[in-house]
Every structure is written in structure tokens, then in C-alpha cells.
Ligand binder design. Structure first.
Ligand code: IPD
Ligand code: CA
Length: 270
């Protein structure tokens, strides 16, 4: 079994290669390949090409591992490890040339299900800024090789809180309703548009907290480990691990203040 650090090396190398490809495609001009869950949930040719590159590279170097990618789906492996990949997180930013999109590559142990998996390593690369966020389990979190830490000691009224919205209009309406409850109680709210970068922003102190409902495994696999290794508490709904029902990440003190508000709202969601 490779060490988390060896796996991180592989994750970072493939994420960097896919980032270079996607950046080149962005410069060449972006082509929409299809829309998915709704007309605004788009996939570009570059999403598909970047995922193909990552999948091919991992098949060559880690042939017994499984794979779960946003664009090409899942395949079980026999090693007990699965690579969880978002080839372009923040596709709408990518389409509009807003420099907040990322390639996210993580490797997890156990079923590729956030309820039970153990994330061993993760890399998130923002090609527009050249920033590479990395973490291995127990090995700390880094930005371009330098250790990063969450902001500690921020009280709720001074907290800068990131969130995101799903693609389904009905779900967005409910998510926006909670923002109207939250915004008078905090410094401000940001919607950056890439869940992986929101989590890395918590990790390096550009956000104090981040929460979202409706995330898919590839949106948060790498970023959640990076936030956690930088000192964040990362959790889900009602004491469950982070997942589709909820992901909340913040330094432990702020987590304790934000969690009851988020839980109360999401409990009465249905
Ligand atoms: C989306 C982004 C967005 C978040 C959505 C995700 P995509 O991923 O991370 O910030 O709010 O929930 O689906 O579609 O750009 O890969
Ligand atoms: Ca995504």
C-alpha cells in the first residue's frame, strides 16, 4: 500500500497536467459539449478531455485502483483505493473566463461514498493563479508547498462565509432563503463558484467558513481533506460526515457557532 504522501505525489502530478490542458483549451476558446441536470448545468469539451487525461494517467500508474469522476462516472477497483476527480470544478466560471475554477483530484480508501470513505490525499489546482493546494492524511495542508492554517478565533458576527447553490431552481430558492437569514448575522457572504476552491479558501484563511447542501463527492473530496488538515472541522447534517445533505467547514470555534444555525435551517428544509 503506498503512503498518503506517495499518493499525493500522483494526485498533484495528474491534477497539474489536467490543469495545463484545461487552461490551454480556455485560451483556445471554450466549447459547450452538453448540459446535464438543468440547462445551466453545462459540460465543456475541456471537462471531458481533462477527465480523460486524468483517468488514462491513473489507469497507467495505478491500474488496480477504482475511479469516480464527474464526467465519466465510476469504476470499481480491486486495491481498496478510489480516485475521486472533478476535472473542472467551477465550470460556469470557466465558461465565463472568471479565474476561479480548479482541477480537483483525491484518493479515498473504502467505498467511494463520503459517508464512510477515508480520504488519504488530495490536490486542488487553480490554473488561472498557478496555486496548488495539497494535503495528505496526517501530513498537513499546503499552498504551493507552504503550510497553511485556517483563521482561528473569529466570532460569527465577523465571519466571512462562503456558500454555493445547486443547479435546480427549486433547490436554489431554498438555499437563497437561508442566505437571507444568515447574512445579517455575519460579516458577509461569498459565492465564489467552485466548491473545491471554497474549501481551500477556508484552509488558507481567505474565508472563515463555507457551507453548502447538494455537493457531489468529487466537489469536496480533495478540498475537505485540505481544509481539515489546515485545522478546520468539516461535518455534515446532524452529526453525520459531510456529504450531499450538508457540508460545513470552519475553524472549530466558529463551527460551533455556525453549525446550530445551519442545522436548524436544513432540518426544516423538507
Ligand atoms: C459546482 C461548483 C459550485 C457549487 C455547485 C457545484 P461544477 O461544480 O462547485 O460552486 O455551488 O454545487 O456543482 O458543476 O462547476 O463542477
Ligand atoms: Ca464540481
Amino acid at each position: 500500500m503506498p503512503t498518503p504522501n506517495e499518493l499525493l505525489e500522483i494526485a498533484t502530478t495528474v491534477a497539474r497536467r489536467a490543469a495545463a490542458l484545461a487552461l490551454q483549451r480556455r485560451r483556445d476558446g471554450v466549447e459547450i459539449a452538453a448540459s446535464k441536470s438543468t440547462i445551466t448545468d453545462i459540460v465543456t469539451r475541456a471537462d471531458q478531455e481533462a477527465e480523460d487525461l486524468i483517468r488514462g494517467a491513473l489507469e497507467a500508474s495505478r491500474p488496480r485502483d477504482g475511479f469516480l469522476g464527474e464526467e465519466s462516472g465510476g469504476e470499481r477497483g480491486s486495491s481498496g483505493l478510489t480516485w475521486v476527480v472533478d476535472p473542472i470544478d467551477g465550470t460556469v466560471n470557466y465558461f465565463y473566463d472568471i479565474p476561479a475554477w480548479a482541477v480537483s483530484v483525491a484518493v479515498v480508501e473504502g467505498d467511494p461514498d463520503p459517508a464512510t470513505w477515508r480520504t488519504l490525499a488530495g490536490a486542488v489546482v487553480n490554473p488561472s493563479t498557478g496555486e496548488v493546494f495539497t494535503a495528505s492524511l496526517g501530513g498537513g495542508a499546503r499552498l504551493n508547498g507552504e503550510p497553511i492554517r485556517v483563521n482561528e478565533g473569529v466570532e460569527l458576527p465577523l465571519a466571512l462565509v462562503g456558500t454555493g447553490f445547486g443547479y435546480d431552481p427549486e433547490i436554489r430558492r431554498k438555499q437563497a432563503a437561508f442566505v437571507t437569514e444568515l447574512i445579517p448575522q455575519v460579516r458577509d457572504v461569498r459565492r465564489i463558484g467552485a466548491a473545491s476552491l471554497d474549501l481551500c479558501s477556508v484552509a488558507c484563511g481567505r474565508l472563515d467558513a463555507y457551507y453548502e447542501r447538494g455537493l457531489n463527492p468529487w466537489d469536496h473530496a480533495a478540498g475537505a481533506l485540505i481544509a481539515q488538515e489546515a485545522g478546520a472541522t468539516v461535518g455534515g447534517l446532524d452529526g453525520a460526515p459531510a456529504g450531499k445533505a450538508l457540508l460545513l467547514a470552519a475553524a472549530p470555534g466558529l463551527y460551533g457557532q455556525l453549525d446550530p444555525l445551519v442545522q436548524a435551517y436544513y432540518q426544516r428544509w423538507e
